[in-house]
Design a protein around this ligand. Sequence first.
Ligand SMILES: Nc1ncnc2c1ncn2[C@@H]1O[C@H](COP(=O)(O)OP(=O)(O)O)[C@@H](O)[C@H]1O
Ligand SMILES: [Mg+2]
Length: 303
Amino acid sequence: MPDIIKVTNLVKRFNGFTAVDGISFSMPKGNFYGLLGPNGAGKTTTIRMLYGFSPPTEGELRIFGMDIATEWRKIKTKMGICHQENTLDPDLTVEQNLHIYAGYFAVPGKKARERTDELLAFFALDHRRHAKVRELSGGMARRLILARALINQPDLLILDEPTTGLDPQSRHQVWEKLEELKKTGLSVLITTHYMEEAERLCDRLVIIDHGRILVEGDPKTLKCEHAGDRIVEIVGPDPELRSFVSERRIENDDLGTRMLLYLRDGNEVEDTIRERFCMDRCVYRGSTLEDVFLRLTGRELRE
Ligand SMILES: Nc1ncnc2c1ncn2[C@@H]1O[C@H](COP(=O)(O)OP(=O)(O)O)[C@@H](O)[C@H]1O
Ligand SMILES: [Mg+2]
């Protein structure tokens, strides 16, 4: 079976500035595939090329086994997209937004009405069917954007930061809906800043920075490879701890006021650390994708 998306040596330059610098990845059918990276990493630029908004400077893009340079029309009928920004028409009602979109995909009237009803029920929007978009909360608008992207029953859904700016309740609700969609076998490419989101939803992911892929893999393997099995965070590390860590060559990040030790299974120094250095200033925890992300992309601010 061909990959749903296959990206080969993709490059995008804007007047000499390279936003996407030769990325390649493949997304299997039925996967939730994550594109993670700090602001300006090149995520949206990649998605715009995948959705045919912006032609690649170099490289090849295949979706459903077809080349988007030549078979764009066919591909587009089986694809849904949620842009990073809100692209709903504020003066139309919830229902009208869906009907108009169904029209773009030439979904016949009866089918469009059925599909609208299903999607409004699924995204808990049916009670706001006749409300204008401008009257919706941020969470509702986001759910409507998701519903709209599914109106043509796509095989591939592309989501550019689907939960950025939402409050925790709305974000969790979107995650639950995405998890339900995942069970139906839909393939989803998602960009996000929320590592918890990536950890929860993604089967595989890439972390990109400055237009290049830093790592590719499933969340569990990436955590294990780049941030150990367990982490000890020690507040106010003293010289004794620092010399212990360097003598034993324990993988660590020394942030000055805090030190993170990355421990692997079978590492016998753990007990010693606990006894000698962990009084009241020590946190033991599992490694997370956020640790991997920060270790690979650095801790300095991007904006
Ligand atoms: N149309 C454009 N013209 C010039 N530079 C652009 C354009 N679109 C994006 N960029 C630049 O490309 C880089 C990647 O942007 P983007 O793909 O939006 O990043 P991300 O979505 O990962 O935050 C940024 O430095 C951005 O300023
Ligand atoms: Mg973006």
